[in-house]
Design a protein around this ligand. Structure first.
Ligand code: HEM
Length: 454
């Protein structure tokens, strides 16, 4: 009979390996994990996912874990429930759902091109060093409107969000309470970081677009504090999640040059007469969309999340006590051979219409920023493949991710060179074949030209 802590050592030494092995080796259902006095069950049966995630929050709620985060995140849509949660979600949905966020496509592309220019100048780069900041800037576009954050404010935000993320990571995995000195130091750091972030947000507020998400959040009558907590939550929820996934997107293009060429062709087909990607064509761009879906399957950056039983319930044939934690682990489900054949292989021919595929969760608490993230990742693939070629990648084969709050890519290096103009790009004559492909005459493109010619 295993004792209540018998899985702690294996879990702590390699949680990804532990959850994968335990979930894949157990019959489908609720798998008991012995991680402490409170009962924890890993949900490895896709048929139980939706009943759990769609249950009323009074029966199965976010529970203890989310309460741990409230000193950091305050009263934001991640923490709230009931009518106030619905009001906030409605605003986020209006601005961040797939169809709505497309209005920012030109700005998102310009941000990506600016990153591409920097990478080309370096010649070789570690993707995660650039993609996390790109994700932060994209969220600013989605929240404040088309305006671009200054580099000084960006740096301040990156530092502040980084401090709070470290704090959150420690809070989530902490078993024993902090000592008084560490607790005090932690609190002071957090206060400073939140203050720095509030200063930047206040500045961005004064110039945010009149139809931006920020204006609609203001119209809900939130206090400054609640509004800033809401924005901090969006920055935290979307920063390393999208940033890590974006690094894997670049990695898999680098590991498969034929795929990258195919996406370059797809990008050429999506470009309008003005040299910009066209929204309607991007919606039909299957290769880049499939790349993003497959990367989200192999490396679901929110690799686990949980629920807690709030009322005695019967789920999966078991009677569950109040306080039981249900662990939902996209990392395990999406690498279980019962749901995906040859699950560790990167394959572009899969189908994702199964309840075992939940990189963005499901039900009323599914990711509010999925539209932003999916569009950003697809545009990243299209814009970068259109303008550049990756000539080498290491390590290869793909390394094992590191388990933190998100699934962090380990250090990797990609060599990059400018791609020559491809024949399918409209309006460019023969003589253009000697030039790198520049998608549009925006400031970012000009900086691409300048940097590659230096
Ligand atoms: C690849 C990138 C992303 C992944 C994999 C991801 C994944 C997830 C998952 C699995 C959840 C549900 C957690 C649960 O049910 O407990 C979630 C919730 C959430 N995500 Fe994301 N996310 C990503 C990007 C973003 C972005 C870009 C934003 C904001 C701009 C965002 C904002 C949120 C918010 C606000 C919630 C809470 C929703 C609620 O409780 O109503 N996420 N995310």
């Amino acid at each position: 009979m295993p004792h209540m802590f018998s899985d702690v050592r294996a879990f702590r030494s390699d949680p990804l390996k532990f959850l994968l092995e335990r979930g894949n080796a157990s019959p489908l259902g609720l798998v008991p994990l012995h991680l402490g006095p409170a009962p924890v069950l890993l949900v490895n049966d896709p048929d139980l996912i939706r009943p759990i995630l769609k249950a009323p929050e009074t029966d199965v709620g976010k529970g203890r874990l989310i309460k741990k985060l409230s000193p950091v995140l305050g009263q934001s849509s991640l923490m709230l429930h009931g009518d106030e949660h619905k009001r906030r979600r409605a605003v986020l949905h209006k601005h961040m759902a797939k169809g709505s966020v497309e209005k920012y496509l030109p700005q998102m592309c310009a941000e990506i091109r600016a990153v591409g220019a920097r990478l080309a100048r370096l010649g070789a780069f570690d993707p995660h060093r650039f993609t996390a900041t790109l994700a932060l800037r994209t969220i600013c576009i989605a929240v404040f409107g088309a305006q671009v954050i200054s580099s000084g404010d960006e740096e301040a935000l990156v530092q502040a969000v980084g401090t709070i993320e470290d704090d959150l990571a420690d809070e989530m995995f902490r078993v024993l309470p902090l000592g008084p000195v560490s607790w005090y130091r932690r609190r002071q750091n957090r206060i400073c970081a939140k203050l720095a972030m509030s200063t930047v947000v206040q500045r961005l507020r004064s110039s945010a677009g009149s139809t931006s998400a920020l204006r609609d959040l203001e119209a809900l009558g939130l206090s400054d504090r609640d509004l800033h907590d809401e924005i901090l939550t969006l920055l935290l929820a979307g920063h390393h999640t999208t940033g890590s996934t974006a690094a894997w997107v670049l990695y898999h293009m680098a590991a498969d040059p034929a795929l990258m060429d195919e996406i370059a062709d797809e990008a050429a087909d999506c470009i309008g007469d003005d040299g910009e990607l066209r929204v309607d064509a991007v919606r039909r761009a299957d290769v880049s969309a499939t790349l993003v879906k497959e990367v989200c399957r192999l490396y679901p950056s929110a690799w686990w999340f949980s629920r807690e039983v709030m009322q005695p319930a019967s789920i999966g044939g078991r009677d569950l006590k109040v306080g039981t934690s249900l662990l939902l682990c996209p990392w395990q489900l999406q690498r279980d051979p019962r749901h995906f054949e040859d699950p560790d292989r990167f394959l572009m021919t899969r189908r994702y219409n199964t309840d075992a595929y939940i990189p963005f969760g499901a039900g009323p608490r599914a990711c509010a920023g999925m539209g932003v993230a999916m569009l950003e990742l697809q545009l990243l693939a299209l814009e970068i493949a259109a303008a550049y070629r990756f000539t080498a990648v290491s390590p290869n084969p793909a390394p094992w991710p590191k388990a933190s709050v998100t699934l962090v890519p380990p250090p990797m290096t990609i060599d990059i060179e400018v791609r020559e103009v491809r024949s399918r790009i409209p309006q460019l004559g023969e003589e253009a074949a000697r030039l790198p492909y520049i998608p549009s005459a925006s400031a970012a493109s000009i900086s691409t030209l300048q940097s590659v010619s230096q």
